[in-house]
Design a binder for this molecule. Sequence first.
Ligand code: PLP
Length: 394
Amino acid sequence: MSVLSNRVINMATSATLAMAAKARELRAEGKDIIGLSLGEPDFNTPDFIKDAAIQAINDNYNSYSPVDGYVELKNAIITKFKRDNNLTYDLSQIVVSTGAKQSLANVALVVLNPGDEVILPCPYWVSYSDIVKIAEGVPVEVKTSIDTDFKMTPEQLEAAITPKTKMLWYSSPCNPSGSVYSKEELRALADVLVKYPQITVVSDEIYEHINYVGGHASMAQFPDMYDRTVTVNGVSKAFAMTGWRIGYIGGPTEIARACNKMQGQITSGANCIAQRAVITALEANPSKVQYMIDEFKNRRTLILNLLNDIDGFVCNNPDGAFYVFPEVTAFFGKTLNGVTIKNASDFAMYLLEHANVATVTGEAFGNPNCIRISYAASKEQITEAIKRIKDAVS
Ligand code: PLP
């Protein structure tokens, strides 16, 4: 019998991290692997943010911060929510955590009782389903397809609701599909949700600024959804700060207080130097990081053009984030270089071993017909990677 709990035994290993580890292993064996599996900007954190962190160290920020974050940071978050999203929160509604991942885990742990159902439009970010399971909730996947740009329709939402439904979680812009829900589309989902007041919405907006069509919409902007929506955001993606580990929520006071209580027993709050730096990041005009978004947009055009030139890859037009999520079912059942491809996992493994390109199987995101390719890599790497993929599948 294992010493380990069923909780961890039944938990999936993060597929994106597993693929990155496999790529590292192959590199160590001397293989020239191009990594397009991780959701991580390849830019450095901007200097004005790094300077703020150095200043915080010199100013001797070295003690525990308040568990839910420094008041100055919470005020910067309040200002950001007002400035960028027209959302009004007070200090009691904001909690700063160790990455948006912890923000999401907190919310699951404080809202879910065993057996509560959480609706996850598929494809969803790889960790949603396992975070829900850790909190003893039950993920309910709603399958979408490329025909609706991988977005859930109001009819699909209503069909998935049961008396046990406690939450709906989604990201917009979406990791992995890049889809962006318009205000009208969110309103149509809200029109269903208003009939079911027991459902809390988790709106993950971490890719908010990486949006190529403009018009980012938040569920909490609707007055009839404000009291039941937790808005999750963070600095990892738009500010190239993945390793700094700062995320945050704005939401109902009752949930925010509970998240504070939960992380008080688990982390005692987020890293103090990173928090001070994030004050500077959030107070800055978002135009300061526009150069990264412009570059992602150019790379999106590049990768879509290259992929659309390969028979068998079918792409949507991702409006945000930095991923493409092509359907690759045309390869299922085929034998390539002696390898039979049965599903997306086989295909991603084939690309790793025969094209030396790391991608991630769509199965990890609840869609077994696709693979996810990150274009948070240089144009040279993208061009070379897609050339290798083309050669390996032709
Ligand atoms: N939400 C989504 C949709 C993500 O893609 C990610 C990171 O990949 C996160 C949350 C977690 O972000 P953080 O680095 O702030 O924990």
